[in-house]
Design a protein around this ligand. Sequence first.
Ligand code: ZN
Length: 282
Amino acid sequence: MSDLSNKVILTVAPTGAWPQKSDTPYIPITPEEIADDVYKCWEAGASVAHIHVRDDEGKASMDFEKFEKTVKLIRERCDIVLNLTTSGGLGLTDEIRMKPFVELRPEMASYDCGSMNWLHTSVFENSPRFLEKLGLKMQECDVKPEIEVFDAGMVYNALYYLKKGVLKPPLHFQFVLGAAGGMTATVENLVFLKSLIPEDATWGALGIGKGHLPILYTTLALGGHVRVGMEDNIFYAPKQLAKSNAEFVERTKRIVAEMGKEIATPDEARKILYLKNHNKKL
Ligand code: ZN
């Protein structure tokens, strides 16, 4: 295996909770569509897939059967690292939010490290009670938390849970910039967030919408890992919808190569993030 310091983990987030077919006909919604899309992204070189599912109406959902089917279809076809959301919908019980990773044992799951006024319309609730329970349950299941950070206070929350033993080092952060209610997608904000995390932590970042490319380039320049996909951004260029998530993967591969770096394979991502490869046991 070659030098890992030059490897960039590329996560694809194909679906997310919000975009609808009416926003872009190219967004994968059903388990079959999501699995096909993830497979194409894996073929194009993606290291990790961050998965949300939708209900039969296409709305955000934590429906266990949909996760089960999606995960099965992906695992049958490729060895991409799986990262399941724990926040695919608002106002759900702790158990519903945790069941997919508890039962399906992806190697990673999201850990949204604080609450936020989401899109100025609702509360994205991640209470202290839930975050303690979630951190300990992830340790029990050997699932690595991807600590999603929407503003700087969430980094301080993570450091608190690290001290308390709810999170174990080395931490892995995902800075989400440009969400309405969170920090804006600027270079200054990303540099500041990176300055707050422990030395041994790994991190990635993404910009939502038009912040996508500026944050992608900044993240690469700062030595971070990257995320692309229609969860964050449906446009390949101004007024031009991406026709597939693989288009984003292909473009990022070219940018990364021009910077003299390489995209990490799934197994290289497992080493960089110290993941337990549950796929091997299945
Ligand atoms: Zn997500």
